[in-house]
Design a protein around this ligand. Structure first.
Ligand SMILES: [Zn+2]
Length: 433
């Protein structure tokens, strides 16, 4: 087992005197103090937000816990108020719109140096899985300057690794032909899209694909099981979001949680109810602070992702922390009569069946769950229906009224929104008269 390449990278970039958590925390504290002062001085938002905070009183990581959180809605309302540089220094603006409603966009700004830091992280992060001679296909957007695919390609070039940036999976046949012709052996993509490709074209995974890096959405264990095909394909998870500068952490060969980009980001896990830090090993909401960001530093930014820090040292032997794979988003959960229904629980049951190409789930307050499955043309629908009713009923101990409907895959499901960012739809039951 090789130590995660992020370890040497972080030591080199931070000039830490020794490999220890204490030394790294001291480095991060210094950077946090700098970020607080910089953001308060340069951005309208933090100038107002930190008005009452005496920055000289922040001298430890414990003190840092008094700093108020930044919420995604803060960026929605005043993205420009976060800017710390003049407009001509901004090299890339990413507009995120998760709800699809106009006026609900989040804008994230990056300078040239901000993008350079991401490329640097991608270069060393990708070394967790690729080596010379590998050929990578990126099934993520990459046509514009500073997009995730563009930065990934630049990062791989620095390690002399060939890379084809294809964009999102739309045309299965085109992607399959490209993998064959170019001798691709590694794919970077969105979890449900890569799963779909592997179910539609299993021969590609038998003959060519040895490694996969999944990104942009949380990854259910059942999906990793399908893709790894009894261990013949290694499935790595990457954790990141645009606000982090795309990248946040990546798994080492142990495939047991991410090591984090700790020279650029400071991670905390909090109890979303009280806002206090949870102990290592306990689940909570991931919160991060950028340490070097120029255009738009973010301080204690609430991600909405649920995860925990692993208490045992990683098998690769690194001194870096390990964060267990994110379990999903807080909003994808509903409480019905004391039973939590979480999208992850449904995923672990439903994605076990290879006949299921995609699905969406809607949960109603009247303890009813409706699941709409997109199934392969060859599926035995009756058998699948019976198995799913039993498995879901057993898991939720009958508290849910369950209905399932089926739609045969017509080849269009690979581009649905549910595959890109999956959601548990929560709403009131329609009353039909
Ligand atoms: Zn490790």
């Amino acid at each position: 087992m090789h130590v995660t390449p992020l370890e040497d990278w972080i030591i080199e970039r931070t000039h830490l005197a020794h490999k220890s958590q204490e030394a790294l925390r001291a480095y991060q504290l210094e950077k946090l103090m700098h970020t607080l002062a910089y953001a308060k001085d340069k951005s309208r938002f933090y100038n107002e937000k930190l008005k009452e905070t005496d920055l000289n009183s922040i001298t430890s990581l414990g003190d840092f816990e008094q700093i108020p959180f930044t919420k995604p809605s803060d960026i929605k309302h005043n993205a420009h108020d976060f800017l710390c540089v003049s407009a001509h220094e901004v090299e890339r603006i990413v507009t995120l719109n998760t709800s699809g409603t106009t006026g609900d966009e989040k804008r994230i700004f990056f300078t040239h140096e901000d993008l350079e830091e991401t490329i640097d992280f991608f270069q060393y992060g990708m070394n967790c899985l690729v080596e010379k001679g590998d050929k990578v296909m990126v099934l993520l957007p990459g046509s514009s300057y500073g997009s995730i695919g563009d930065l990934l390609k630049k990062a791989l070039l620095r390690s002399n690794i060939e890379c084809v940036v294809h964009g999102l999976l739309q045309d299965i046949e085109k992607v399959a032909a490209c993998i064959e012709e170019q001798h691709i052996n590694c794919i970077v993509g969105i979890p449900m899209q890569v799963r779909y490709l592997s179910l539609m074209k299993p021969e590609l995974f038998e003959r060519h694909i040895q490694k996969v890096l999944l990104s942009t959405d949380y990854v259910p264990d059942a999906l990793v099981k399908t893709l790894s095909r009894n261990g013949t394909c290694k499935v790595f998870n990457h954790y990141g979001m645009t606000e982090m500068g795309y990248g946040g952490g990546v798994e080492c060969e142990c495939l047991n949680g991410y090591h984090l980009r700790e020279n650029h980001l400071y991670f905390e896990i909090i109890d979303p109810e009280t806002g206090k830090l949870v102990r290592d090993g306990e689940y909570g909401e991931v919160v991060f602070t950028t340490l070097n960001r120029q255009a738009m530093p973010l301080i204690r930014y609430k991600t909405g992702d649920i995860a925990r820090f692993v208490t045992k040292p990683c098998g690769c032997g690194t001194f870096l922390r390990t964060m267990e794979k994110v379990r999903g988003r807080m909003e994808n959960k509903v409480n019905i009569k004391g039973h939590e229904v979480h999208l992850k629980d449904l995923d672990e049951i439903i994605l076990n069946y290879d006949a299921v190409m995609d699905y969406s789930a809607q949960c109603y307050e009247e303890k009813a769950l409706h699941v709409r499955l997109i199934v392969s043309k060859t599926a035995d629908i009756q058998a699948l229906q019976k198995a799913l009713y039993q498995a879901i009923d057993a898991h939720f101990k009958g508290v849910l009224r369950l209905s399932i409907d089926f739609k045969e895959d017509d080849g269009s499901s690979k581009i649905t929104n549910s595959m890109i960012k999956r959601k548990l739809h929560i709403g009131k039951m329609e009353i039909r008269v």
